[in-house]
Each structure stands twice: as C-alpha cells, then as structure tokens.
Write a protein that binds this ligand. Sequence first.
Ligand code: TYM
Length: 333
Amino acid sequence: TKTYLTGVQTSGMPHIGNYIGAIKPALAAASANDTLYFLADFHSLNSVKDPDRLRNDIRSVAATWLACGLDPQRTVIYRQSSIPEVFELSSILASVTAKGLMNRAHAYKAARDRNEAAGGTDLDAGVNMGLFNYPILMAADILVMEADVVPVGRDQVQHIEYTGDIARAFNHLYGDSYAFPIPQGAYPEGEASILPGIDGRKMSKSYDNHIPIFLPENKLKKLVRRIPTDSTPVEAPKDPDTSVPFQLLAQFAPAERVEPVRKRLEEGGMGWGELKNELFEVLNETFGPMRERYDELVAPGRELDAILTAGAERARERSRATLAKVRTAVGID
Ligand code: TYM
C-alpha cells in the first residue's frame, strides 16, 4: 500500500473544481491505500484575515470532505495547524531551499506580473512572506507524512515538483542518515481537467468565478444561469469545446448523457439556456444527496471537532516519527 496525502485550503466552501481536481480522486484512492487528507488552514491565513470567517471555513472544508464520502475510520483527516512538526520541518527545509527557486514560483510570479501590468514600481506590493514561503510549507505538509502520492489538480504541478527538489536537496546533504521518499503527483486525466470558472478563466476562489459544491438549489440554479454565453441563436450550430457550461457538464455527466448534448449543439437546435438547465440538473443530482449531510455536519456540534481531534492524534504519530529522524539527521536531536 502507498501513502496518499492531499490538502485543501480553508478559504471558503470547496468548489466543483476542487472536487474534480482533488476530492473525488482522493476519495477513490481511499479503499486501497493509506490516506491522509488535511485542511491547509495555515496556508489560507495568507489570504483570509477574518478570524470568524476562517473558523467557519475550516468547518466547511472538513464537512465537505465528510459529506462527499470520506470515512474517518479509513482516512486520517486533520487540520494542518494541529501538527506542530509541519512548522518545524518547514524551517528545516527553508535552510536547504534556494531563494531563486521561490522567486520562480508561479503564484509569486503572478503577483509580480499583476503589479507590473498595473504600472506599479514595487513589484512585490501586496506580497506577504507567507505567499513567498508557500511552496516550502507545502513541501513540509507532504514530506512530514512521508507521502508517496499526492492527488491534486494540474495547477499544483509546480508545487509537487518543488517538493521533490526540496526533498532531494535535503537528501543530498543528510541522506546517509535519513532520506525523504520523493512523492509523485497524481493528476486527473485530460486537458480539460483544470475546470473553468463561470468567466472562462481557471475556476478559483480568488477570481470569484467558482461554483461552491453545496449551494442551496435555487442559488445553484441562479449561478449556473449567470455563466456568460454568446448570442448564437438556438437553431445555429455551436462549438461545445469552447463552451464553459458544456465543459463543466462533460466533467460531471456520464458519456451517454454528454454525447447527445454535444451532437445537438454541433448540429444546431440546442440553445445555451437548455444547456445550462442540463448542467444545473447534473450538478444538483451529483451534490444534492450529499447536501443534507453537509448541513448537518457544518452546524454547531461536536461531531466534526471529535473527528478532527482523533485525526490529528493519528497524524501526529507519523509526523513525530519523521521529525525524530530528521532532527537526528541534521544534528538537532
Ligand atoms: P486549493 O485549496 O487551491 O485547491 C484544492 C485542490 O483543488 C484543485 N483545484 C482544481 N482542480 C481542477 N480545476 C480547478 N479549477 C481547480 N482549482 C483547484 C487543486 O489543484 C488542489 O488539488 N496548495 C494547495 C493546498 C495544499 C496542498 C498541500 C495540497 C497545501 N499543502 C499539500 C497537497 C499537498 C492548494 O492551494 O489547493
């Protein structure tokens, strides 16, 4: 058996892109592997500065995993903030990580590019050290549990490569005493596996173009209706592959339901409104049955806390064991 690990930031209720990119594949791996899935609450501190919101978001992400089918007997689910060894390891890893590697990180570079495009003189404006160090903390999350496989969306490819780079740098120096296993990313198949948001860019909370997993039915319907489409008339042929509602439909509906829609769009005769209705139906059928359990878990109560506390205890058995070896290897034992 292999050890699978993944994390989701606690900045709002997870969206359907998170589901396709990470949650669904991670849950599919749970029956045959050791699985550790965690809430990246320290990572979300870079963007979420409202403590009450953060508390709610932590519950929301945990409840989402559980409502989507995570079995806490099988999978260790925990908060990143419950594992002090993550932060200890993060400091140790920082000492073997080249600053230049961090300079080239996509999220950091994107922030600088935005400042440049806006004509700013300080390209680091608005960048905090948490954002700059983000990849090191993520490497610590993965390496502290000695994970073999990390199921994530394709937007995380660079982070997984960096984790390997950082682990190799450590192993090169200290490998005679202790070497981290080099983890592999597991990405969803297909080029459409980075889901577009309702504006056509990558679906992301930071673009506010996302479809949260557990919206009440009426809100989900409204949001799907808001996806912009052009004014091609109902009877005219349309290109499904450049249509956001079609791309989303294709991720959630079985092929026998997608192909007739593709055909009708290509041949003409299906309007965008009907396509959006179909998308709403499919999303509602996918997540509707889990919504009740979500609402139950997220409401104030002890069930969620008890699950996270138990998960943290199990996770710490691993993280403590790793840190003992790492401390000895570096000479801080
Ligand atoms: P986060 O919280 O942004 O996203 C959680 C997961 O969802 C995937 N994802 C997507 N997949 C397909 N289409 C999209 N539009 C889309 N948007 C997001 C992400 O790839 C991710 O798998 N850095 C991580 C959190 C993290 C982590 C870790 C992950 C922290 N430490 C250790 C794995 C291992 C992140 O920002 O995910």
